[in-house]
Design a protein around this ligand. Sequence first.
Ligand code: GAL
Length: 764
Amino acid sequence: MRNTQLLSQNWVFCPGFHINASLEHVQCSQQIELPHNAVDVPLNYFDETKLHQDFTYQYCLKVTQTDFSKQLVMHFEGVMCDAHVYVNGKLTKQHGDGYTPFDVHLSPWLQEGDNHITVTLSGRENPAIPPFGGMIDFLCFPGIYRDVNLTRFDEVRVKNVKVDTFNVLSKPTVEATVYLEKLADYNAPLTMKLTLVSAEGNTVASQRITNCQSDGQAIKVCFEPLTEAQLWHPDHPNLYTLQVELLGENLSDYYQCRFGLREAEFRVDGFYLNNERLQLVGVNRHQSYPYAGYAMGKRAQQLDAELAKQKLGFNLIRTSHYPQSVHFLDRCDELGLLVFEEIAGWQHVGDQAWQQKSIDNVRAMIERDWNHPSIILWGVRVNESVDSHDFYTQTNALARKLDPSRQTGGVRCIQNSEYLEDVYTMNDFILSDSHLNPNGDIELRSPQTVTGLDKTVPYLVTEYAGHMFPTKRTDCEVWQNEHVMRHLRVLNASFSNPNISGAITWCLFDYNTHRDFGSGDKICYHGVNDAFRVPKFAASVYASQMSPKHQVILNPVTYWTRGERPEAKALPLIILTNCDRVDIQIGDGVRRSFFPDKGRFPNLPHPPVVVDVTNQRDLPVGDWGNSWQDIKFTGYVDGTVCIETELAASPVPTLLDISLQTDSLNAHCGDTCHVVIKALDQKGQILPYFKDVIQISSSDNLAVIGPTSIPLEGGVASFWVRAFQQGTGEIKLKSSCFGEFSRSILVQHQQVISQQTQNEVQYG
Ligand code: GAL
């Protein structure tokens, strides 16, 4: 029976390559926990070449006599990059790709007692390894930045399982393909029991297969059509579990994976889920975080998916530009957030050997992730690369062979590119300043202009906005208005043509980048949220497209001041809302009703309300000469008041709002709590120009990620704390204006060894 242990503690880390040494004795070495970021860089203004170094990690594995009756396999979820694993000085594995997992079968190399498992990696952007070789607009943070675990197996293990579903709308049928792997000599017969379990934990079907071969051949098991099957859908993401039990002579193994019953297809008239057209409203995500680089654990990964789906209403996310954490994808499955996953790369295509690595990456990505119902498309081109017929014929062929159930896409930015994929996926940045570009007023090109084909093909816009209008959360109101307007315009356009399945905006968060991009401080301010996951106004463009049944949104794009905008104007006033009527009152004056601007944004599910000189009537919205008054917005849905928002004419600091993602963390597994601090006025609104510094301190079992003295910027400060030892933890905050605050977080013991039943590592 397999037994899995999370190996997050007791690693020793050191810059440079140290293959033979016991790392503890090397100068500068330090004890660390995984996930780990090899180079701490500031938030911005740093020299990114500091990442371009070599590093060594070492784990001392104590092996007892009983371990020799087992097969020990170490599993690495992600190492950036070019990992070489040595067991007692002997190279046993090399894995170039920084985004896909790999296993190391340790047993043949182990000795009784201490064994040094040494992992070297490099942040040097090796041009032989995708995505490197050219320039890339993001940073790849070196380190063992995802989980590592150790499993003790018997001689044969279930290495992987693929679950295929057929006829989900008529006669839902499940077919499992089980891949066994012989880790040591074994010749006796094997029996397998496969059980399908519903989300409620009920067994819905089971099958027993006898006389299985352990020779690595795939074993296919079909189930009878399911009765009363529950489909997976963004509104009801029902998940099933397939459990596989393997039994032999003094041998057993257990594996489980989740899957969903859904049919996903891009057609010429849009994307269909379970045979219903669903307009895709998507966002691109980079997996980096301020200060921590890539090294953030499960809860942080989950939060990003929750933010995208639950808070901002996106129904699709693109893992630009590489496979992302399984914790992130698992959460997408649970939330019903669709995913477009792609291989590592950015514009550059290398030589034959490089291309072969990229083809291998297609396999690694698909074999890791083929059971996620959230994934609807495989990205099998290097983002925005030029056509490369032979290379992309191979990536497409491999994806289709490994997973015929999903279509392929391949993101380009050139028109008339060779159509090799199933879905033509295009980054369309055509919207720009019209005085600079004669086409600037076009929000999106027509698919046929882009494809140059004489027929209509399935089509998806995979990026827009981004560098065309970088915006900081702290930028002035005029800039925020234009930012919002551009997102509204492209989104509206994406809804206008049924041939366009949807559009994926660039991007979810601001991100660290190379000197060749961004605002000179190593940040691309392209997110609808900042790098700390704090929303800009443009985030409400998307949130306001959700049904008000889910959440009522009313967010006026203004700081409501007399003199923030040029010429002391307050109009046009854009109100991002899913209400069907908004009443506005200035001070105690008249109250006037306004309605969504269906004239300008006819295709949006919820156009914004826009007040300007043409419709303000007698409402003195910022008119020069009037005394400055509070403004009150009352939002209605179907004639009922659903939300009220007030902005103060004379805001004063009233409350330091402190919100914690959780009050309970797991010890020693890279678990983090996201903390957001806002300076609010008497109406509960953020004070955008409020200046204060927050001093942070924490108990010894918590560590603040980043500096412990941070300014409020745009009225907000945010950080993460990471948990170590179990026990009660405390975060203390001190503001010169608001005083001192304390919040406690319970750090719970994390169960290190799984209870022999699950292939998933248990978190306590
Ligand atoms: C695209 C690219 C993205 C990002 C974006 C900025 O061309 O695919 O990775 O750089 O531009 O807007």
